[in-house]
Write a protein that binds this ligand. Structure first.
Ligand code: 4NP
Length: 155
């Protein structure tokens, strides 16, 4: 299973999602891969936002070696599951392909992980220093729920 997490800049939300999914995958002893990307190119080549690195570190998760990249049309063929952090990202990813098989791989992360989720988008914390802990908590929970779901419903 190859999973791609996607946000706008690939410096705040999707790097945390990548790190948390990686950790959850390792804890379950799975041979799955995860990467992240952004729909925008503003931060290509940059490490994660220092506030994302810090909130991860506070929870014993190291994401400082990640580097931002922009999503490529080939990612739609390469990955099995492409997880958008919010509806804007979701629409922008879908705009990259008309192929029904590829489009079916694109999902909104929180409701895909938990269909009963009351919060359906990961809020963009870029302009809000206080938002990073909430983003971390949302993503940590969703990462575990996603693996529960995928392992119960192998496809
Ligand atoms: P991200 O957050 O999409 O979670 O990485 C953002 C990062 C950068 C910008 C916006 C959101 N920006 O406008 O540069």
């Amino acid at each position: 299973m190859k999973i791609l997490t996607v946000c706008l800049g690939n410096i705040c939300r999707s790097p945390l999602a990548e790190g948390l999914l990686q950790r959850a995958i390792e804890r379950r002893g799975l041979d799955w891969t995860v990467d992240s990307a952004g729909t925008g190119a503003y931060h290509v080549g940059d490490p994660p936002d220092p506030r994302s690195i810090a909130v991860a570190k506070a929870h014993d998760l190291d994401i400082h070696q990640q580097r931002a990249r922009r999503i490529r049309t080939t990612d739609l063929a390469t990955y099995d599951l492409i997880l958008a952090m919010d509806r804007s990202n979701y629409r922008n990813i879908l705009s990259l392909t008309d192929n029904p098989e590829e489009r079916a791989k694109v999902q909104l992360f929180l409701p895909y992980a938990n269909p009963n989720a009351s919060i359906t988008e990961v809020p963009d914390p870029y302009w809000d220093d206080e938002g990073f802990e909430q983003v971390y908590q949302l993503l940590e929970h969703a990462a575990d729920q996603l693996l529960d779901r995928l392992l119960q419903n192998p496809s």
